[in-house]
Design a protein around this ligand. Structure first.
Ligand code: GLN
Length: 279
């Protein structure tokens, strides 16, 4: 049987030859999960042979990756804001770009120790709300989703990241079952235009839930709903921060104007695309 180091090298080569740009990182994450060991275990005991059960799991993970299943789906977890998040088929894989929304909201909140009330519409894995509660020690949060499965996963992630005692959850289509007031509304709603979905990268199209991607005919439907509810849900001077698609900044500005909301900031992601609008 191969040793851990040999298995890692072989997997890296297989993925690299199959054209995966992130072969080295993918191989490492898949190996650790298949063997059920930590990075420290791998460094400490690199020459331990795999058990036959570990080898079987690794082979199955390898085949799934070769069929272009995202690594986060295979290992069932993704890191966001330095915290681990479990995933389920009902949750979008957290994207690094979404950290732009976190940074913007935190930057615009004047007092991080205040007892803020926060609501996250379309909570998914819970990554936005959980990371916010992690940074804001006296805040409490409400996570809203139309998917019960997403709420179950978000709750597990809130508890796993030790903010479960400051977090509630509601099954609701947007704000239908929600009353405020809140100091902060955050959302990474589905914002892809329905017609664009068939052309998305297969790793997204086939593995992220459609409910988390499809923003209606022009991708802006969720924003229309959220902006129309903002006045009812926010305290005076409250903040609304949403993630947007790379080409939606102008459309969001017009929508904000229609609802009498002042744009406070349009923040850009690491690729330089507008990624978050705060009002
Ligand atoms: N950013 C996601 C993507 O690129 C889309 C997420 C969303 O619609 N909120 O696929």
């Amino acid at each position: 049987m191969k040793t851990r180091t040999e298995a890692l090298r072989a997997l890296r080569r297989t993925l690299s030859e199959a054209g995966f740009e992130t072969a080295a990182l993918d191989a490492r994450l898949l190996l650790l999960e298949a063997l059920g060991i930590s990075a420290t275990d791998l460094i400490t005991w690199p020459d331990t042979p795999l058990t036959s059960e570990q080898a079987e799991t690794l082979a199955s993970f390898t085949n799934r990756r070769l069929a272009h299943e995202p690594v986060a789906r295979i290992v069932g977890e993704r890191e966001f804001w330095g915290l681990p998040f479990r995933l389920s088929p009902e949750t979008l894989v957290p994207r690094p770009d979404t950290e732009t929304l976190l940074e913007t909201a935190l930057d615009l909140l004047p007092d991080h120790r205040a007892p803020l009330k926060i609501v996250d519409f379309g909570i998914g894995s819970g990554c936005i709300l959980v990371a916010l509660l992690h940074e804001l020690p006296n805040a409490t949060g409400l996570g809203v989703d139309l998917s019960f499965g997403a709420l179950v996963t978000a709750r597990a992630n809130a508890c796993g990241n030790r903010v479960g005692n400051r977090c509630h959850f509601a099954l609701s289509r947007w704000a239908d079952a929600v009353s405020g007031p809140f100091d902060l509304i955050v959302s990474n709603p589905p914002y892809i235009a329905s017609g664009v979905i068939p052309g998305l990268d297969a790793e997204v199209r086939e593995h992220d839930p459609r409910l988390a991607l499809d923003g209606g005919p022009d991708g802006l439907e969720p924003y229309r709903v959220l902006l129309a509810e903002a006045e009812r849900l926010l305290v005076p001077g409250g903040l609304l921060a949403v993630e947007i698609g790379y080409d939606q900044a102008e459309a969001l500005s017009s929508l904000a104007g229609l609802h009498g909301l002042e744009i406070l900031r349009i923040a850009h992601d690491l690729s330089g695309n507008p990624r978050c609008v705060a009002m």
